[in-house]
Design a protein around this ligand. Structure first.
Ligand SMILES: [Zn+2]
Length: 106
């Protein structure tokens, strides 16, 4: 996956210093754009940045199609509340550490 880095078009709150959140034994870095309000996190799945939802208690990765879109989009420059509300309601299917497919054969 080679995105040009559209993340640089967002304007992070707290200047360039991400929030650091410890979750499930991981160190997660969180940035929120002050222009569009989208949240991005690093450290949830490998080293890259991902589109995330920041809940009250934990951060969750958004679905892969949303992730791809947010990572590829330039900053909208303003909140897209209606559209992004749907995006934020999505979640990535959590894989176990081995990529085994849970298949019920019968
Ligand atoms: Zn933005």
């Amino acid at each position: 996956m080679s995105n040009r880095n559209a993340l640089h078009t967002h304007l992070w709150s707290d200047r360039e210093i991400p929030h650091v959140i410890h979750q499930d034994g991981r160190t997660v870095y969180h940035h929120r754009c002050v222009l569009c309000g989208r949240d991005f996190g690093q450290g949830l799945n490998g080293g890259g940045w991902h589109a995330i939802y920041v809940g009250i208690l934990r951060i969750e990765m958004l679905a892969e199609n949303v992730d791809a879109r947010w990572m590829g989009d330039d900053c909208p420059g303003e909140p897209l509340w209606d559209q992004d509300q749907e995006d934020r309601a999505t979640r990535r299917v959590q894989m176990s550490s081995h990529s085994k497919v849970a298949r019920s054969s019968h």
